[in-house]
Design a protein. Structure first.
Length: 150
């Protein structure tokens, strides 16, 4: 059975994760730098890690296994999890794979260099209902794929 790990500090789709996990009876672990509300459900756990720069990311990478599902918007974390065989979905429904996560990292690094050199770059578009819907569809698809692969 796949396990869902959530990089929870800035996750906008936690409620959607809880709904999907409940539907498929999947365990969920929220990993955060601070305490947060979790539903009263024995399948949902909260792990509060230290305030270190990548403490939550490191915890997730240490615990994730092949065909587990990671919810994160952090591209370096996505790359590390994909390297371990996990399925990674961001809050807008983008699924990162071994075929495209390298390109996403390169684009992120290029934009970072441009910003650091003073070139204005566009920020992300506002998060909306369509993003939520696309996330739910992507998560549902990845749950089916993860269950079939086990």
């Amino acid at each position: 059975m796949p396990h869902i790990y959530v990089d929870a500090d800035d996750c906008a789709v936690k409620d959607e994760v809880f709904r999907v996990a409940k539907r498929y009876a999947l365990p969920v672990t929220l990993v955060a730098n601070r305490w947060m509300f979790t539903p009263d459900d024995g399948r949902v756990a909260l792990v509060v890690v230290g305030d270190g720069l990548d403490a939550a990311d490191d915890w997730i990478v240490e615990h994730v296994a092949a065909n587990d599902i990671v919810i994160c918007s952090d591209i370096p974390l996505a790359a590390r999890c994909v390297d371990r065989g996990a399925r990674v979905v961001n809050s807008r429904g983008r699924v990162f794979t071994a075929d495209d996560v390298g390109h996403a990292l390169a684009t992120r690094d290029l934009l970072k260099q441009l910003r650091e050199s003073g070139v204005p770059t566009p920020g992300p578009k506002p998060f909306g209902p369509r993003d939520r819907s696309e996330f739910l569809q992507a998560l549902d698809r990845e749950v089916h794929r993860a269950r079939a692969a086990r």
